[in-house]
Write a protein that binds this ligand. Structure first.
Ligand code: KIV
Ligand code: ZN
Length: 519
């Protein structure tokens, strides 16, 4: 038997983006879509077009730019207006899919939808038919499938396939399933739905019990041929199955699963970094595959084994996932060529302009810092990759603190390239004062929920990376910035988060979990 290919359906831009504080603007979504096609994902779920004009525009542009390299998918509730919006958003995409969902579990039927089983089946069938009238690639998801009565799940799935669904996704919406249970659900469908062979079975697992990846692998074992996942496991609550973990488990344990994916695993590490930079959601150090410690062998006994024979303690090579710590350092006298080489060795493709600007940043950094490590270059390149035209930009700031002074700061910003008068504020310390002055200038009151500083590399002159999480009117926004000066990094991270809140001020949003299902 030949190795079977599992389709990777990435939902970083839809389910991942629904995670609090991870919203992305269109240009950030295009950056992520770019890395997803480079990775080789089969399907990109680019958004939920009815949710807001911004979502619609993002799906449209992702479809236009990348619809020849991956199937671009848009999500719709079982409402005609939702489905029509996806059709319109995907108008320019060469390869497209409409993804229609409707909850089927008794809890959702009774308390959310207030619909009985017959109404659910009727609505699902009508809406799948509507979608199939627009596009020959239709995915149907019975939301909360893992908690749905098996007989009813079989009935809905069978009728959705008969109505035109080409993929049937079996979501574990609330992360309730366990590996053996989920295996049985998928196997039951495979064995009991008469027309199941006409559709691809897909799995979609949330990580509330920390089992999303294990459940996805169980689904593959039971016969699922599409896995829905996100970079870094981003997603609502505890997140979705992490793409990098599913892909590396299938690749590393091909001997067992006899399955593989089309993913270029050497791009996993840069993809993880990029998504973390854009969303401000840091990756835990000991995260499998892409965490900083994933390939660190500290214990003496491990190091000894590794030196004798790598495979004693290593089941994957760091370079297989694009983790290429070269341990070579660059400095002030390293030329453009050396810089360019290192950037591409680290797995990044930069357009000429971005490379040029990153090199300028490198020269400035090399003036402040004797030794430039790979981590410094990654931080610098990512900054250029993720830079977007923010409405508010920093012209200058000044902050003072210390003993026997009242900490204060003055900031001078531009708004859409027009200088606005500088403003000042005091605070508990110089960083707090800068944050207050930024809020005053922009006119947004925010609550700081999280503030983290970490050193990008080693040494006293190391760059500091600051991540902030703020709450504005109940919505969460992230910001991240890097500098050799932590006050500067803090100011830019906070400004980034405020820019996101500002961009969101007037955006009307349709809630994903909205109970409105009848037009
Ligand atoms: O978790 C879920 O049920 C979903 C569906 C829309 C597939 O995200
Ligand atoms: Zn989900």
């Amino acid at each position: 038997m030949s190795t079977e290919m599992i389709k990777i359906f990435d939902t970083t831009l839809r389910d991942g983006e629904q995670s609090p504080g991870c919203s992305m603007n269109t240009s950030e979504k295009l950056q992520v879509a770019g890395i997803l096609v480079d990775l080789g994902v089969d399907v990109i779920e680019a958004g939920f077009p009815i949710a807001s004009p911004g979502d619609f525009e993002a799906v449209k542009q992702v479809g236009r730019q990348f619809g020849d390299r991956a199937i671009i998918c848009g999500l719709a509730r079982c409402l005609p207006a939702d489905i029509d919006k996806v059709r319109d958003a995907l108008v320019d995409a060469e390869k497209k899919r409409i993804h229609v969902f409707l909850a089927t579990s008794s809890i959702h039927r009774e308390f959310k939808l207030k619909m009985d089983k017959n109404q659910i089946v009727k609505t699902a069938v009508e809406m799948v038919q509507r979608a199939a009238g627009y596009c020959d690639d239709v995915e149907f998801s019975p939301e909360d499938a893992a908690r749905t009565e098996l007989d009813f799940l079989c009935e809905v799935v069978e009728k959705a396939i008969a109505a035109g669904a080409t993929t049937v996704n079996i979501p574990d919406t609330v992360g309730y399933a366990t590996p053996t249970h989920y295996f049985k659900v998928i196997r039951h469908l495979k064995d009991n739905v008469p027309n199941i062979a006409k559709a691809v079975i897909s799995c979609h697992c949330h990580n509330d019990l920390g089992l999303a990846v294990a459940n996805s692998l169980s689904a593959v074992e039971a016969g699922a041929r599409q896995v829905e996942c996100t970079i870094n496991g981003l997603g609502e609550r505890a997140g979705n199955a992490a793409l990098e973990e599913v892909v590396m488990a299938l690749r590393t344990r091909q001997d067992y699963y006899d399955c593989d994916t089309r993913i270029n695993t050497k791009k996993l590490y840069p993809a993880s970094h990029l998504v973390s930079s854009i969303t401000g959601m840091t990756v835990q150090r000991n995260k499998a595959i892409v965490g900083q410690n994933a390939f660190a062998h500290e214990a003496g006994i491990h190091q000894h084994g590794m030196l004798q024979e790598r495979t004693t303690y290593e089941i994957m090579r760091p370079e297989d996932v694009g983790f290429r710590g070269t341990n070579l350092v660059l400095g002030k006298h390293s030329g453009r060529h050396a810089f360019k080489d290192r950037v591409s060795q680290l797995g990044f493709n930069l357009e000429d302009d971005a490379l040029q600007n990153a090199f300028k940043d490198f020269i400035i950094l090399a003036d402040k810092k004797k030794t430039i490590y790979d981590a410094d270059i990654v931080a610098l390149v990512e900054h250029r990759l993720v830079e977007t035209a923010d409405r508010w930009t920093m012209r200058s700031f000044h902050a003072i603190g210390g003993t026997n002074v009242i900490p204060s700061a003055t900031v001078a910003l531009s708004c859409e390239d027009q200088a606005v008068p500088s403003d000042a504020a005091t605070g508990d310390g110089p960083i707090d004062a800068v944050f207050n002055a930024l809020e005053r200038t922009i006119g947004i009151e925010a609550r700081l929920d999280e503030y983290q500083v970490r050193s990008v590399s080693s040494g006293k002159d190391a760059q500091g990376e600051v991540m902030v999480e703020i709450n504005v009117n109940g919505k969460v926004y992230h910001g991240k910035a890097v500098s050799t000066d932590v006050i500067d990094a803090s100011a830019h991270a906070y400004l980034k988060a405020l820019n996101r809140a500002d961009a969101d001020r007037d955006a009307p949003v349709v809630e994903f979990g909205s109970t409105e299902l009848v037009p």
